[in-house]
Each structure stands twice: as C-alpha cells, then as structure tokens.
Write a protein that binds this ligand. Structure first.
Ligand code: NAP
Length: 355
C-alpha cells in the first residue's frame, strides 16, 4: 500500500479499520523499553550543534505563567524552550530560565533556546534589530536557534504592532517581502555570534529550495505544523533529503485555540487513546512519542506544571512498529492542517504566502 493511497481514503472508515487491525494484531509493544533520559535526546543539526528533541512551546503562555512553566519544564528535564518575539513573553521566559540556571548552577549552554523573527521585521535591517530586541528581553548573549517565523512580511506602525491590521480588517502585509535578502541577514547573525543556528518556519518546499539555492549557511531547522492528523509526508521527505531537522508545532492539535472546526480533537482520537491505554500513558504522550521516535523535534505547549511533567515523560517506553503504522494511517493529508489561511486575513494574495 502506498502512502498516498492511505491518505486519500475517507479517514472515518478505511483508515480507522486499518489502524484498529494493526493494533489488535500487535503484541510487540511490550518489548520496547527505552531507558534514555530526556536530556540525552538530541539530534545533530547541519550547523554542527545538537538540538534536544523535546522542547516547551510558549505560544499563548501569558507572561505571568510562562516563567513558572519554564522552570517546571527545566525541572522535569526539558532542555529546549521555544518562544518568539510575537508571543510577547520573552522577558518572562528569560526570567524563568535564569532563575532555574541560578537555582541549579547549570550552565547557559545546557539549554537550547529558540526565538523567531517577527513578520514586521522581514526586511534587511529588521533582522539584527529584532534579534537584539529578543536577546535583550531574554537577557541572553545568543540564542541557539533563530527562525524566520513566516515568509510573509507585514508593515507594523511600531515595534509592538505585531499583527498590523488595515481599516478593512485585513493584515497590512508587505508585498515587497524578499526572503533571500532576509536570509542573507540571518547568516550575518551567525557570523556576529548572536545565534548558533538559523532556520525557517511555515515555509513551502519551493521557498526552502529558493533559500537553499543561495544559502552560504543552510537552514538547519524548519518549524511547521505537524501532528498525527497532518503529517506532511512530502515536507518530511524533502527535509530529510536536505539535512533539515523538522520541528513539529501543534503536536497535540493545539486544542487551546479556535481552529479548523471540521477536524476532530486529536487528543480524543480513538486510535491514539487505544495506544495510550496499551501503555498506561496519556494520549498526549502518545502524540509526542510518535514524533520524537521519528527524530522530529517537537514543542508541546503547556502552562500546567503537572502536564509539562507528564508530557515530558516519554523516554521510558517506545511505540511498536505496528502502533507507529496505525498512527501513520491517521494522516488526513492537507485537510489535517488546523492552522488555516482564513486565520490570516489578507495574507492569501501575498506572493510568498505558503499556505
Ligand atoms: P499544542 O502544543 O499542540 O497544544 C497546546 C495546548 O494543549 C494548550 O492549550 C495546552 O493547555 C494543552 N495541553 C498541553 N498538554 C496537554 C495535555 N497533556 N492534555 C491536554 N491538553 C494539553 O499547540 P501549540 O501551542 O499551538 O503548539 C506548540 C508550540 O509550537 C507553541 O506553543 C509555539 O511555541 C509553537 N508554535 C509555532 C508556530 C509557528 O508559526 N512557528 C505556530 C504555532 C505554534 P495548558 O497550557 O492549559 O496545559
């Protein structure tokens, strides 16, 4: 059976039947212990650095709560924190990080910190300006990874105008966005020592090819929506072939957000729940393990210390080949995307719109 033939069927009958069959006929999961610690789990990047497979996502984490969430994550063994200028919580993320480093006597270099260039910084001098702003808020000399958040630029009235909207309610997009010029600036940030590695987010394969064609420093990482319902097989194959590590955002289906209403809730999926029951773990742990077991880095978000701890407890078990196959059959292809273009009003006609 080809990958395409699975995703093209109605997910509510044939795929589900296949998944149930896979699981009910499989007993091999019992023999897959994995004893490694979370802090040991990292993937090599083309930049020469290593990136921990599991990180804490910080989007929609209010500053008042993210500080504790970062501490809780680091206490639980996470060594990777994902934030962005547009999350407006970098200062609190920095507080949590520094408090924990001081409390434990751990070196800064032990934690992999990611932040992102905002859409309003998508012009030549915007890259250094916004990276320096992020570093000042995080109180860091460098980040481990700086990402272009989105290939589409926007024209903000000021530096906090992160989603500039016109009178007609449409985003004030910058039609002149030049992703090549911006990438050249990203490379300079490595030369200046302000970031160890650079990458992109929400790019199409065409945009990755365009960037790779001119890059002196190749993108090390591509951060995209990726989960059991939206597995992005073509993107996975492209990134694998070009030594680009994928980071999966919305690994749990981003349940705390208004999204594609036609999609069922990933955490309630019967197959995901069946796999969870077999291991005596949570559905969230299944979804996270599914990704890291394929060397896809992922950044589940939570501000709840108990959930952070359990989400991070994914190293003492592994999913069997048949369980992985059953979960792979849940891919809904393009219709599995939950971050849909209607969320970004006015972006669809931008020449670099990736969706
Ligand atoms: P997600 O991690 O799939 O889901 C987060 C939601 O799940 C939160 O509402 C969280 O609530 C809840 N949750 C966490 N653990 C849970 C559990 N064990 N059981 C039930 N619910 C649980 O979605 P996401 O935040 O959209 O994506 C993750 C991260 O990716 C973001 O935080 C951000 O860092 C990054 N991201 C990047 C982009 C991009 O454009 N590059 C876009 C979106 C996201 P509580 O906090 O209450 O636990």
């Amino acid at each position: 059976m080809t990958k395409g033939s699975l995703t093209s069927q109605n997910p509510d009958n044939a795929l589900t039947a296949m998944s149930w069959w896979c699981l009910l006929s499989d007993a091999s999961w019992i023999a897959h212990p994995s004893l490694r610690k979370m802090s040991d789990q990292a993937v090599p990047l083309s930049s020469g650095y290593h990136m921990p497979l599991l990180g804490l996502g910080c989007w929609q984490s209010p500053p008042g709560e993210v500080e504790l969430a970062v501490e809780a994550a680091l206490d639980a063994g996470y060594r990777h924190i994902d934030t962005a200028f547009i999350y407006q919580n970098e200062e609190a993320v920095g507080f949590g990080l520094h408090k924990w480093l001081q409390k434990t006597g751990t070196k800064r270099s032990e934690v992999f910190v990611v932040t992102k260039l905002p859409m309003i910084g998508m012009y030549s001098s915007g890259v250094e300006k916004f990276l320096k702003k992020s570093l000042a808020m995080l109180k860091l000399d460098y980040v481990d990874l700086y990402l272009i958040h989105m290939p589409v630029g926007m024209k903000g009235k000021h530096d906090q105008d992160i989603f500039p909207v016109n009178d007609d309610g449409m985003l004030n997009v910058d039609y002149a966005t030049d992703i090549i010029t911006v990438w050249k600036e990203m490379e300079k940030m490595v030369d200046m020592g302000l970031t160890k590695s650079i990458g992109v987010s929400n790019y199409s394969i065409k945009q990755l090819k365009k960037t790779n064609a001119i890059a002196r420093i190749q993108p090390s990482v591509h951060q995209v929506e990726l989960n059991v319902y939206f597995q992005q097989q073509e993107m996975q194959e492209f990134c694998h072939a070009h030594n680009i590590i994928l980071t999966a955002y919305a690994p749990l289906g981003s349940p705390g957000r208004e999204s594609n209403e036609s999609l069922p809730r990933l955490l309630e999926d019967p197959i995901v729940n069946l796999v969870a029951e077999r291991h005596g773990i949570t559905p969230a742990q299944v979804l996270i393990r599914f990704l890291i077991q394929q060397n896809i880095t992922t950044i589940p978000k939570s501000i709840n210390p108990e959930r952070i701890k359990i989400n991070g407890d994914v190293w003492k078990f592994s999913l069997s080949e048949l369980e992985m196959t059953a979960l792979k059959t849940l891919d809904r292809g393009k219709s599995g995307r939950s971050f849909i273009i209607s969320t970004f009003k006015g972006m669809a006609d931008h020449p670099e719109c990736p969706f």
